[in-house]
Design a protein around this ligand. Structure first.
Ligand code: ATP
Ligand code: MG
Length: 250
């Protein structure tokens, strides 16, 4: 039986898609896991853009409308992870999400881990994603508006009986408006990862390559790999050489 893990945030733009793409690519390529990443952000999707897979003629939007078969939609990325992309077309944006649990069940048949890249805010995409998963990772940035939205998501996950694995703080700078301790206290939840603000992330998206493979020794890549390992219960600690290269930025 696959583990189905939703990546949620409440607030938009905090780094859900970046996390899903890089956790998925790490688990598939570096840890040899069978992983499927599913874009459940059907109205403002961008998972396929991170991976250069936005030319797909068939998407989850077609699956949800029962206009395509699962095996005709799923694609394999170069990292080895399976991808169910969502449509980036305006005309496909309005779709009834109620068939999402069936799509996720289908993905579970061929995966050890299914990761859901969810939509911001608390609309039907988020609620059906919560109904489709057993576990959740909550992403926030170290600022009050993101953390307040993260707290709402933690409470909502609890209402839906979804186990929260922890909070990931993304885009961490040298000096942040909220400290890790303050975020822990507000969310009353374990913080499982700190991912630094890293301008290589944006560059990797532009190149359609997950940063863990485009810039494997960047500080954010090491943090994303450690997070992927933690989620999968694998052991990974950057070697002294990886740490050294990440400090040098090469
Ligand atoms: N660690 C990071 N350092 C710097 N920039 C980052 C980092 N993580 C994400 N970003 C940038 O933040 C932006 C939003 O990232 P992303 O699309 O992953 O967020 P999201 O939560 O999925 O957004 P949405 O809610 O719209 O789906 C992107 O431009 C990305 O380059
Ligand atoms: Mg996103």
């Amino acid at each position: 039986m696959a583990r189905v893990i939703g990546v949620f945030s409440g607030k938009g733009g905090v780094g859900k898609t970046t996390a899903v793409v890089n956790i998925g690519a790490t688990l598939a390529y570096d840890f040899d896991k069978s992983v499927t990443v599913v874009d459940t952000n059907t109205s403002s999707s961008c998972l396929s853009l991170h991976l250069g897979m936005h030319y797909s003629p068939l998407t989850i939007n077609h699956l949800l409308k029962k206009e395509a078969k699962y095996e005709d939609v799923v694609e394999t990325h170069g990292s080895g992870m399976n991808v169910i992309p969502a449509s980036i077309r305006l005309n496909d944006s309005f779709v009834d999400m109620s068939n999402l649990p069936d799509v996720v069940k289908e993905a579970s048949k061929t995966s050890e881990i299914v990761l859901l890249d969810t939509a911001p805010s608390i609309g039907s995409e988020t609620l059906w994603s919560l109904k489709s998963c057993d576990e959740a990772v909550i992403i926030t940035n170290p600022d009050l508006p993101s953390v307040v939205e993260a707290l709402k998501m933690i409470k909502l996950a609890d209402e839906y009986d979804v186990k929260v694995l922890g909070v990931v703080i993304n885009k961490v700078k040298r000096k942040n408006s909220l400290t890790v301790e303050e975020i822990k206290r507000i969310c009353n939840t374990e913080v499982i990862s700190l991912i630094p603000l890293d301008f290589n992330v944006e560059d990797s998206i532009k190149q359609n390559i997950p940063i863990v493979h485009n810039r494997p020794f960047s500080r954010s890549s090491l943090a994303l790999k450690e997070l992927a390992a933690k989620i999968a219960g694998e052991s990974y600690k950057p070697t002294p050489m990886e740490r050294f290269r990440s400090v040098l930025g090469v």
